[in-house]
Design a protein around this ligand. Structure first.
Ligand SMILES: [Zn+2]
Ligand SMILES: [Zn+2]
Length: 453
């Protein structure tokens, strides 16, 4: 039984997982792990150790922290509500640590609204959990998996799972009985992999951007960030983009980013705080890193100005050229160059919904590369095909000879069940070569049928 103490820490000082790896543990995961490491249930940790301490500090509101309300509030435990702050204070005291706020989104307070920031239930990558398990590593749930905008595991290039494949249920962030890596509903391991969702390449491009930019934001230390961050910055950056890049034309801004004009106007007028997902989308479309957007002083916002110069050239022609999504298309073309199976420029143009000639005139280098890659691929593929056919012909040729049948073109085609095969010049030449060579072999075998002359 763990005694409560006012002086020393009553819990071991357990190091959060994933510090400085970009996959920092979430606070709810930390609570589960602390309970696990102490060989007590999460219920015991919360009800017998954490809540009594909270009640001591906040006597006047003691009733709030009884019973189920703690678990009901656990959905936002990794966010930045007052409740989170209080639980963190208590846990920091109990474990003698000072860094637990980093395991939540406290650093984003005042920057983004909490609404829609966190998922409603646990999301996980079965490959990560399997990996840790196989390598005897500690199993935990990274904070980044909790964000609603984040849908992939970057390490495994796959979608996260949100429903236990064994029992078909969602998993709460915190339950009275919980062991890291196991579904609390059916007690099965979370390493099961249901049929992984088909990956859409363009969609993965977006998800990868979201993951990497969210990760770099979460890596920042809370104390560092709080010095520089205020919501004014987001509003200022948005207005700067609106003025500098879209020349104050909010309709163009809206069209370019696919964010409804009314929403955008509201953000520009500093009505509501822009959502995390909205800012990610704007950064993605403008090819700006999220950290640059947040941290750079508007006056020195190099990447934004860099981009605005690019657009200036287009502006000279016609302002309504902006909806060409210059940066987004460039990103798409780059992505197409990475496809496992190269595609033609014709197909690329179809995928992007743009005219091939327009693409060539704006992105000649990328288009040429795509085209070259495709034609190399086709050449290689066709030489591979020819090689395979030659081997088949060889096989048929010698099989016929062994059966003392003259290997005429007709007999070979019939043997391989490929009508007209030897009408292809390169294959016909190959066959002629075989005939010439094999005159040695068949010499003397005069009993070959009439074709052998
Ligand atoms: Zn993974
Ligand atoms: Zn389950």
């Amino acid at each position: 039984m763990i005694e409560q103490s006012h002086t020393a820490s009553v819990l071991y000082n357990i190091e959060p997982m994933g510090v400085e790896t970009g996959l920092l543990e979430s606070f709810s995961s930390y609570l589960i792990r602390v309970a696990y490491e102490h060989n007590i249930t999460v219920g015991h940790l919360i009800n017998k150790i954490v809540i009594p301490e909270m009640n001591k500090e906040y006597l006047e509101r003691s009733t709030i922290y009884g019973g189920n309300s703690f678990y009901e509030g656990a959905k936002t435990l990794n966010g930045f509500t007052d409740n989170t702050t209080k639980v963190i204070k208590v846990m920091e005291m109990l474990t003698s640590r000072e860094d637990l706020a980093n395991l939540t989104l406290c650093k984003l307070k005042g920057l983004f609204p909490i609404r829609n920031l966190l998922k409603e239930s646990l999301a996980w990558c079965p490959n990560c959990i399997r990996n840790w398990m196989d390598n005897g590593k500690v199993i935990y749930y990274p904070l980044i998996w909790n964000l609603k905008s984040v849908n992939i595991c970057f390490t495994h290039k796959r979608y996260l799972i949100e429903i236990c494949p064994a029992c078909n249920k969602k998993i709460d962030f915190l339950r009275r009985h919980m062991v890291p890596g196991y579904c609390p509903n059916c007690i099965k391991l979370l390493t099961q992999d249901p049929l992984n969702k088909e990956k859409d390449k363009l969609e993965m491009l977006w998800h990868t951007f979201v993951f990497q930019n969210t990760q770099s934001l979460l890596e920042l230390d809370t104390s560092q960030l709080s010095l520089i961050i205020n919501q004014d910055r987001v509003f200022k950056q948005l207005n700067l983009i609106n003025e500098e890049i879209f020349l104050g034309n909010t309709s163009s801004f809206s069209k370019f980013t696919n964010i409804p004009k009314s929403t955008l106007r509201d953000w520009l007028k500093e009505g509501n705080l822009p959502t995390f997902n909205g800012i990610l989308l704007i950064c993605y479309k403008l090819n700006i890193k999220l950290l640059d957007f947040i941290l750079q002083c508007p006056q020195k916002s190099a990447s934004i100005f860099q981009f605005s110069n690019k657009v200036d050239d287009l502006n000279k022609e016609k302002i309504n050229r902006i909806p060409l999504d210059v940066v987004a298309i460039e990103n798409n073309l780059k992505e197409i160059l990475l496809y496992d199976t190269p595609i033609s420029m014709m197909e690329a143009a179809k995928i992007l919904g743009r005219d091939r000639r327009v693409l060539y005139s704006h992105f000649p280098d990328y288009c040429k590369k795509i085209s070259k890659r495709y034609s190399d691929f086709i050449k290689e593929k066709s030489s591979h095909r020819i090689q395979l056919l030659k081997e088949e012909i060889n096989y048929a040729f010698y099989a016929l000879i062994n059966n003392e049948i003259y290997p005429s073109s007709g007999k070979i085609e019939k043997y391989l069940n490929r009508n007209g095969l030897l009408r292809e010049k390169v294959l016909q030449d190959h066959w002629r070569g075989l005939i010439t060579q094999s005159n040695f072999l068949v010499e003397g075998k005069k009993h070959f049928n009439d074709e052998f002359k």
